[in-house]
Design a protein around this ligand. Structure first.
Ligand code: FAD
Length: 476
């Protein structure tokens, strides 16, 4: 007979959604179990996502700067060479330290950590297969069950990644040698970040993108400039182009592509497929438990309280609709824990920032100029180049601009799109302004330190406010 344990909340998955929910619920007095099937806690983000990619982006940027930029600062270095094994070992250390932090957070919060693959077993029961052979079964009962099993990469139709010549993001974060020619299918943020890493470390990189712009969801003007900057760094792009077929040999990969103009093929030594992710629902027992999914995407449908069609079963993070981002998953995890303990909680999906950690960085929140236009909103746009700020000049990182979209009648900030140094950090003030329903004038009148990159946002806010004043209330 399998043993049965009872909890107030059973969380399946320990990614940024699951571990945050588990810790918060436990801190609020619930008896919580968190089940994880991978050997490490922390999910995609800590192990094969946000963290290892940012470690490699930071390390490779240092390498690139040392080679190409130090000299003009008067720093003589001699011949710079790469020790990839050390770079990778450092990445592993950062990941492992953060995984340990998650473990100690859960332990400190008195969450029971259970190792194994979980499945909904009907009603409020969850079955966990664990042990070395995966054959030991434990059944847990939960007053509430939270699904936080995240997502995994998808591939292209008819193309199966072999982990050798055809790889996905997890493998691209652990290559043992720098590829000679890395072909990347997909110009979204994962494809662009990994292209940047390997191009900086010396690979020839070609990105194949089906759409007419890279970073598809970003503001068009920002995306066009990002394309220009990355091209200058040596990355080649083929837009409006699809991968149709892939053939591999022992040392090579031949990628057939199709654009409006012609069929062609490119040869390289590695193909990275970075075309999107799918929700991890396989084997979760959704149907038997009565949990409905969203047609087409397979994501789990939830209401405003994150409850699925099955009472008492909740879902968050990459499993449900919305931007597949770690901070969105964590915010939802915290919200579920608070709602379950009777506290008020809600997520403002209009103010979730997204960042691409290329050089320059790209960060965005709220409406793009095109989206505002599609909504027929009268808007003002304030755009200010980083070249106009003292700090950018000091660092010689003058590429890019801050662009604010405001309502032309009220001056309310509707969106912010920044391409430039430290965009990932600067966007926070725009998110905060939007969270407070603030106006560009609020940012314009806020005193910013000098010289800082954030002065570009302040100057863009001044311009947006001047536009609103010039147009006057009531004029469209
Ligand atoms: P996950 O982090 O995927 O965690 C789900 C967990 O559930 C996993 O540990 C999995 O093993 C476990 N699990 C699955 N099924 C079961 C089961 N049946 N039983 C038990 N356990 C199970 N986002 C950002 O915000 N910023 C970034 O910079 C960023 N960079 C990224 C870079 C890359 C290369 C990738 C791939 C992703 C990146 N992301 C980034 C996205 C981010 O990683 C995800 O949005 C985030 O991890 C989703 O969190 P989650 O908790 O929903 O799921």
């Amino acid at each position: 007979m399998p043993q049965k344990e009872t909890y107030d909340l059973i969380v399946i998955g320990s990614g940024p959604g699951g571990y945050v929910a588990a810790a918060r619920a436990s801190q609020l007095g619930m008896k919580v179990a968190c089940i994880e099937k991978a050997s490490n806690l922390g999910g995609t983000c800590l192990n094969v996502g946000c963290i290892p990619s940012k470690v490699l982006l930071d390390s490779s940027e240092y390498f690139y700067q040392a080679k190409t930029e130090f000299a003009e600062h008067g720093i003589k270095t001699g011949r710079i060479s790469l020790d990839l094994a050390t770079m990778m070992a450092r990445k592993e250390k950062v990941v492992n330290d953060l995984v340990k932090n998650v473990q100690s957070l859960l332990e400190r919060s008195k969450v029971t950590i259970i190792r194994g693959a979980a499945r909904l077993a009907g009603g409020r029961e969850v079955s966990v297969s664990g042990g070395d052979d995966g054959a030991t079964e434990t059944v847990l009962t939960g007053e509430a069950i939270l699904l936080a099993t995240g997502s995994t990469p998808t591939s292209l139709p008819g193309i199966t990644p072999d982990g050798d010549r055809i790889i996905q993001s997890s493998q691209a974060l652990s290559l043992k040698t720098v590829p000679k020619h890395l072909i990347v299918a997909g110009g979204g943020y994962i494809g662009l970040e990994l292209s940047s890493v390997w191009a900086r470390l010396g690979a020839k990189v070609t990105v194949i993108e089906m759409l007419s712009q890279i970073a598809g969801t970003m503001d068009n003007q920002v995306a066009r400039n990002l394309l220009r900057y990355l091209s200058k760094q040596g990355i080649s792009f083929q837009l409006n182009t699809r991968v149709t077929n892939v053939k591999t040999t022992k040392s090579n990969v031949k990628v057939d592509i199709l654009s409006k103009e012609k069929e062609d093929s490119i040869e390289g030594d590695l193909l990275l497929i970075a075309v999107g992710r799918k929700p991890n629902t396989e084997g979760l027992g959704l149907e038997a438990a009565g949990v409905d999914t969203v047609p087409n995407t397979g994501q789990i449908a939830v209401n405003a309280s994150f409850e699925t069609s099955a009472k008492g079963i909740y879902a968050i993070g990459d499993l449900i609709p919305g931007p597949p981002l770690a901070h969105k998953a964590s915010a939802e995890g915290k919200a579920v824990a608070e709602l379950l303990t009777g506290l008020p909680a809600e997520i403002n999906y209009n103010t979730i920032p997204s960042v691409i950690y290329t050089a320059p960085e790209v960060a965005s929140v709220g409406l793009t100029q095109d989206e505002a236009k599609q909504k027929d909103m009268p808007i003002c746009v304030g755009t200010y180049p980083f070249a106009g700020t003292g700090r950018a000049r000091c660092l010689n990182q003058i590429d890019g601009f801050a662009k604010l979209i405001t309502h032309a009648k009220t001056d309310q900030l509707l969106g912010a799109h920044i391409i430039g140094p430290r965009a990932s950090e600067i966007i926070a003030e725009c998110v905060l302004a939007m969270e407070f329903a603030g106006a560009a004038e609020d940012i314009a009148r806020t005193i910013h330190g000098h010289p800082t990159f954030s002065e570009a946002v302040q100057e863009a806010a001044v311009l947006a406010t001047e536009c609103t004043v010039a147009r006057g209330p009531g004029k469209d």
